[in-house]
Design a protein around this ligand. Structure first.
Ligand code: TPP
Ligand code: MG
Length: 550
């Protein structure tokens, strides 16, 4: 049948089970939105306040559901506004399809109004990108783009489409899904027997689990493997939840803000088994001094990660689910209680300045009220406190910008998560600096009544940077005190959103007792001490055993 390019695009999305879209209209995508107008019973479209928010929302949707996130933007500034969102998704391996409109093909290359080379600009931050000028190419390009985004190590793919390609008609037949990439799981490459031998011989093994565990649906296998070998599991920021935090083998966050016992466990181990992790500098500290007595086994679907940041003694490539099941089956059932006792004895308490209203108290109180929520964060101290203290019991529950560290990520991500998981409570833990970056998305929360509970850790500061200035710059607080005089309750009220200002535990309990949580958006402005800092902290470039406890 003959369809316009725009109609073909929507049909392709339907074939790939896409029913949720995030985006923002503009001149080059008028034909796309026009076609969508006729298809509103097949799609939910969330119009964000800014294209960056739309991409973060598609990202939050993808991270929390495991499905492809899809976002539309117009040419020129619409396209450039997506760049931070695309880079955020790229760094954390989030499957996105970003569709941008482009000027009509006859105007390409002429500095036409709102023309920008978005495929060129996003080349280093996408898995792949396309410029389509011909409606007849759209179906095959989109099919391939979606397969690439979700297969292997996932990531964002951008398809830039000229306005005339949206309008022109072409023959379209619903194609057989070319999702074969997805089904063809890569073969296992590497020496399983040697891995099993090393694991059986090890007295002090540690599993170092990253975000790849969730991407590879390998949580159950990981847990069986860890339990069979009685092996402690530490998590990177992206890996939190890959084993329930309540599990006795879970040791939580490792790295720059890892717990004392967790970092010490890695440094004292004789075998580190890294699974779906890339040895980020934020985790390993000084690479030359990382777990220097340990052999390292690195298991990942992406070969290019091997020996990139950390040389491994054994690299195992392929599908993590298959690797976990194989290891769980092949290793000896072993008790390592002496090793775990030794790790547990390294626990060191962390004190807060304000014993009553501090970040941990706030998070515990929110957790008690909302339970097993999806939690999005922004970037800074509040992010690290959430990673340390929120008990993540499954993957896809913690949405945070790990690789790029994007302030302003959280509100959009929380919106996407709530749209994708209407039955699950969604909390955003944000900071005053980060929240200001993209709080325009309050308009989206309000317009679509998206019931996110926003917990603002308001310390009047760009806290994380200020903490570095305190510790490493002699308390020279250059440009990091951002003031306490903004009335966030009135700000959200202007959007028709309920707000609470909380300065002590009693007010916190009132705010949490509000019956509207989960039914309507709400913001809780928690006033915390400027000098509450995140501890432990490992100074950059130091070995992760050299943490400061505050
Ligand atoms: C877009 C962007 N700009 C700058 C930074 C650098 N940065 C990292 S954390 C931080 C402070 C964040 O302040 P806030 O959101 O209030 O969080 P807090 O640390 O106070 O909890 C800054 C400026 C960043 N990560 N992202
Ligand atoms: Mg702050």
């Amino acid at each position: 049948m003959q369809l316009t390019g725009a109609q073909i695009l929507l049909e392709c999305l339907k074939t790939h089970d896409v029913n949720t879209l995030f985006g923002y209209p503009g001149g080059a995508v008028i034909p796309l939105y026009d076609a969508l107008h006729d298809q509103m019973d097949s799609f939910t479209h969330i119009r964000a306040a800014h294209e960056q928010g739309a991409v973060h929302a598609a990202d939050g949707y993808a991270r929390s559901t495991g499905k492809l996130g899809v976002c539309f933007a117009t040419s020129g500034p619409g396209a450039t506004n997506t760049v931070t969102g695309i880079a955020t998704a790229y760094m954390d391996s989030v499957p996105l399809l970003v569709i941008t409109g482009q000027v009509p093909s006859m105007l390409l290359g002429k500095d036409s109004f709102q023309e920008i080379d978005i495929t060129g600009m996003t080349l280093p931050i996408t898995k792949h990108s396309y410029l389509v000028r011909d409606a007849s190419e759209l179906a095959s390009v989109l099919d391939e783009a979606m397969s690439i985004a979700v297969s292997g190590r996932p990531g964002p793919v951008l398809v830039d489409i000229t306005k005339d390609a949206f309008i022109a008609k072409a023959e379209f037949e619903p194609v057989e899904l070319a999702m074969k990439n997805v089904q063809d799981k890569p073969q296992m490459e590497g020496d399983l027997d040697l891995a099993v031998k090393w694991i059986n011989e090890s007295e002090r093994p540690v599993i170092y689990a990253g975000g790849g565990v969730a991407l590879g649906d390998a949580e159950a296998g990981l847990q069986s493997f860890a339990e069979r070998g009685d092996i402690p599991v530490v998590n990177t920021l992206m890996g939190l939840g890959s084993i329930p935090r309540s599990h006795e083998l879970s040791y939580g966050l490792v790295g720059m803000h890892g717990f004392s016992e967790t970092n010490t466990a890695v440094m004292d181990s004789d075998l580190v088994i890294a699974i779906g992790a890339r040895f980020s500098d934020r985790v390993i500290g000084n690479p030359d001094k990382f777990a220097s007595e340990a052999k390292i086994i690195h298991i990942d679907i992406d070969k290019t990660e091997f020996d990139k940041n950390m040389p491994a003694d054994l690299s195992l490539c392929g599908d993590l689910q298959v690797w976990m099941q194989s290891l769980a089956y092949a290793i000896d059932k072993t008790q390592r209680s002496d090793w775990r006792k030794r790790i547990n004895s390294g626990k060191q308490p962390i004190a807060f300045l304000n014993e009553k209203l501090n970040p941990q108290t706030v998070l515990e109180s929110v957790h008690e009220r909302v339970g097993d929520a999806i939690v999005a964060t922004d970037v800074g101290q509040h992010q690290m406190w959430t990673a340390q203290y929120w008990p993540f019991n499954r993957t896809r529950q913690f949405l945070t910008s790990g690789g790029l560290g994007t302030m302003g990520y959280g509100l959009g991500a929380a919106i996407g998560a709530k749209v994708g998981n209407p039955e699950t409570p969604v909390v955003l833990v944000t900071g005053d600096g980060s929240f200001r970056m993209n709080c325009n998305e309050l308009a989206t929360l309000s317009a679509d009544n998206i019931p996110v509970t926003v917990v603002l850790m308001n310390n009047g500061a760009l806290g994380m940077v200020r903490q570095w200035q305190k510790l490493f710059q002699n308390e020279r607080y250059a440009q990091t005190c951002i003031g306490e005089n903004i009335d966030y309750v009135r700000l959200v009220e202007a959007y028709g959103i309920k707000g609470f200002k909380v300065t002590n535990e009693t007010e916190l309990s009132w705010a949490m007792a509000w019956e509207g949580h989960g039914k309507a958006p709400v913001l809780i402005d928690c006033r915390i001490e400027k000098d509450e800092d995140v501890y432990p902290i490992v100074p950059p470039g130091r070995p992760i055993s050299e943490f400061i406890l505050g």
